[in-house]
Ligand binder design. Structure first.
Ligand code: IMP
Ligand code: MG
Length: 196
């Protein structure tokens, strides 16, 4: 694993993002909508920097299955979200990769009658996106590598790392071979383990 962004760099990225959002939105109330599960750390840090009136909601999206490192079929669940009609929404995700997750969610939030939908990602991978939209706010552009930490996982693990690290092909092969933390816990709790 190679460290790409230190906790200090991540923290200054969050401050930069929060300042940029408030510079545009002013003191208007904002509904921050995080995309579970990867955005939990970004949302937690960002909302504490976003001065002004804020509510927080969560939706769930997943495009990975197990140990794959390229997106598969997109699965969205918005049933945790309260009525957003007429609200100014800030959709927050960890990373913009193909862009399909963010595009699908912006479309759905618009359809549900949000007054305005802004989109923010901590990270954007430098590769050709598969959608026409770009996120409005981007913390960091990173190389097209699989990354973990600061909320992002590989097969359910590493979300808790306080830094962002790239997994090299050797790391990925070793993790695929090793009995995982998650598999270990499943032995004792067959219903446990990650779902996104
Ligand atoms: P997209 O729909 O291809 O843009 O994928 C976005 C989602 O895929 C993000 O919300 C992440 O959950 C996940 N993702 C994409 N790239 C990575 C990565 O490098 N590490 C971990 N998760 C990733
Ligand atoms: Mg995600």
């Amino acid at each position: 694993m190679r460290t790409l962004l230190t906790p200090e760099q991540l923290d200054s990225g969050i401050v930069r993002l929060a300042d940029a959002v408030r510079a545009d939105v002013g003191r208007r109330p904002l509904l921050v909508v995080g995309v579970l599960t990867g955005s939990i750390v970004v949302v937690a840090d960002l909302i504490r920097r976003l001065d002004g009136p804020i509510c927080v909601g969560m939706v769930w999206a997943s495009s990975y299955r197990g140990t794959a490192t390229r997106p598969g079929e997109l699965d969205l669940r918005l049933d945790l979200l309260p009525d957003i009609a007429g609200q100014e929404v800030l959709l927050v995700d960890d990373i913009f990769d193909s862009g399909r997750t963010l595009e699908a969610l912006v479309t759905e939030l618009d359809r549900r009658g949000a007054a305005r939908v802004h989109s923010l990602v901590l990270l954007r991978k430098l590769r050709r996106a598969e959608v026409a939209m770009e996120p409005e706010y981007v913390g960091f552009d990173i190389p097209d590598e699989f990354v973990v930490g600061y909320g992002l996982d590989f097969n359910g693990e590493f979300r808790h790392l306080p830094y962002l690290a790239a997994l090299d092909p050797d790391d990925i092969a070793a993790i695929r071979r090793a009995p995982s933390n998650v598999a270990y816990h499943r032995q004792f709790d067959p219903a446990g383990g990650p779902r996104s």
